[in-house]
Structure formats: C-alpha cells, structure tokens
Design a protein around this ligand. Structure first.
Ligand code: RP5
Length: 181
C-alpha cells in the first residue's frame, strides 16, 4: 500500500471521517509525504480515545478543498484542527483564517532548510489569527495539546491528561532509581 493509498483508505473526501464516525479532531496535512510525521498524532489520539479524522488538503495545491474543509469543520462537530505542513507552510495559518476552531500547526521538516522554514512560517502568524505551533515534526505534542483543549469542556480528557503526566513522571523516576542503584 502506498502512502496515498493508505491515507485514501482512512480518509475519503472531506465530510465523512472514516476512521471515526463523529471526529472531534481533524488532522490535515499538505501532502501524503507529511504522513510519517503526522502518524504519531493518531497514536496519541488513539491512546486517549479521541475520535479523529485524517485527510490531505493543501493550501496551494487544493485551495478550494482547504477552504471547504475549514468552513465545514465546526458545523461537522470538530473541536480542534491539527495541521501539518512543510516548506512555505501556510496551511495551518490559512485554515485558522477560515475557521474559529483552534488550529495547532505542526512544522514538517520537508525541505533543505531542516524544517526551520516550516516552523517560522507557522509560528510567525501576524496578529489577529492565532495559530498554535509545536516543535518541528512533533505531532505528538500537537495531539496532546488537542486533548488538553478538549479537556476544558470534556473532563474525562482532562483527567486522562493528568494520568498521562503522572505515568510519565513515574517512568522517569523509575529510571532515576535504576541509575542510582
Ligand atoms: C507542503 O509541501 C507539504 O505539506 C509538504 O510538507 C511539502 C512537500 O510536499 P511534496 O512535494 O512532498 O508533496 O505542501
């Protein structure tokens, strides 16, 4: 299965969100070449039991589809959008300008500039249209931020975030213990 076939099998056109019938998080990316970077986000959302959808939409190659996606997102029940893009990574900012939902941008390392180009493109949004930005290739943190955003209105997700942090703390402390023995 090629990356495109894989993503097509998960995500048909815009509205259905095949992976989960009523997604709360929309994960979008500019190209199927972003998929390996974005998959860790799905792992986190799976872990937290958050329904999501995954699809490709590009700010410059499929601008009409991007606008359609952003306009429909809120009424379709999405609460957060995670957008990954590389190079001149305008997808997160463009989507944020077409929806009132919170958008978390993932700068993808996709060019000769080591992802710094993507990072600056996303983090340097001019005032008025905020776009949250995580580290280069860090879709894990994008998903964790999405869960935290959901947690402000769905307490079970906030509880799960607290448990996740506790588990992480215990894992690190266990390693400290091993090193000191
Ligand atoms: C962006 O251009 C995509 O988000 C991707 O990171 C980058 C390169 O895309 P491909 O040329 O690999 O399709 O739109």
């Amino acid at each position: 299965l090629s990356a495109s076939e894989f993503i097509d099998s998960l995500c048909p056109p815009i509205s259905t969100g095949k992976s989960h019938p009523q997604p709360l998080v929309g994960i979008i990316m500019g190209s199927d070449s972003d998929l390996p970077v974005m998959l860790p986000a799905t792992k986190i959302l799976d872990q937290f039991g958050v329904p999501y959808e995954l699809t490709i939409t590009s700010a410059h190659r499929t601008p009409a589809r991007m606008v359609e996606y952003a306009h429909a997102a809120r009424s379709r029940g999405l609460r957060v959008i995670i957008a990954g893009a590389g190079g001149a990574a305008h997808l997160p900012g463009m989507v944020a300008s077409e929806t009132s939902l919170p958008v978390v941008g993932v700068p993808v390392k996709a060019s000769v500039l080591d992802g710094v180009d993507s990072l600056y493109s996303i983090v340097q949004m001019p005032r008025g249209i905020p776009t949250a930005t995580v580290g280069i290739n860090n879709s894990t943190n994008a998903a964790l931020l999405a869960v935290r955003i959901l947690g402000t209105s769905i307490p079970a997700y906030a509880d799960a975030v607290e448990k996740y942090a506790k588990t992480m703390e215990e894992e690190v402390l266990a390693k400290v213990g091993v090193l000191e023995e």
